[in-house]
Ligand binder design. Sequence first.
Ligand SMILES: Nc1ncnc2c1ncn2[C@@H]1O[C@H](COP(=O)(O)OP(=O)(O)OP(=O)(O)O)[C@@H](O)[C@H]1O
Ligand SMILES: [Mg+2]
Length: 264
Amino acid sequence: MLDIKSLTKAFGRNTAVDAVSFTVDRPAMIGIIGRSGAGKSTLLRMLNRLTDATEGQIVFEGRDVTALKGADKRAWQSDCAMIFQQFNLVPRMDVVSNVLHGTLNRRSTLATMFNLYPEEDIHRAIDILDRLGIAEHAPKRAEALSGGQQQRVAIARAIMQQPKIVLADEPIASLDPMNAQLVMDDLRRIHEEDGRTVIANLHTLDTARRYCDRVIGMLHGRVVFDGTPAQLTTGVARDIYGADGSFSESSTSTDIASLDREYA
Ligand SMILES: Nc1ncnc2c1ncn2[C@@H]1O[C@H](COP(=O)(O)OP(=O)(O)OP(=O)(O)O)[C@@H](O)[C@H]1O
Ligand SMILES: [Mg+2]
């Protein structure tokens, strides 16, 4: 369904993403790992067309989406909704309106200006919030919610777009372990129950191992590992994180694994 072919992004002389290729045949939960500057965010931003590729192709269900423009590009951006580390909500706007923003790509500017949302969209937004366990916060301003709750609003906004793919750039990096687990559980459910593909940049190995069916490791813009969590041995992890000593078990084996004990 998704075919990434030799995707490359150069910033001047710096090649941030270097001929990355991989295929997703069926809905999957994929974690992308790698040290800072490996090119993880740039890769996701190219997939979502937030930034243009220098070379290569993104083919989704047989259609090249690499160079789409205007309404076609916006439709693709709905098909692969993105979630960010810093939630990117409108802080002073209420939660439901933030979720309804997820339909913007498909609506007229005029309807948007006057906040005219169809009743069925409002019901759907509330249903999604309910499913994520935060419907009670619907009328509150987004800024009044905790980080974990805000990230779940961001997930609701993404789901509102009815995406085939959910892209998440370090979705739990700003959250405490408890909320990190809730958000990862939600992403997993969105994959399993809705059959959506989730591609998440993750900063800890344990999270990738625990939640993903497939892990892609990047180093210096290239894919250096693509396999199952079981294949991701400590030796492989050391390769992914580089041979200069920046990898250590203690810096990467954090947080979520210990939660079962803490919150059981
Ligand atoms: N807008 C930009 N202009 C110039 N260089 C950029 C830009 N965005 C990213 N880069 C460079 O591209 C490379 C990859 O950056 P990227 O943000 O994709 O890495 P990352 O793997 O997401 O890192 P982190 O784990 O710190 O988020 C880095 O060398 C970075 O400096
Ligand atoms: Mg990044």
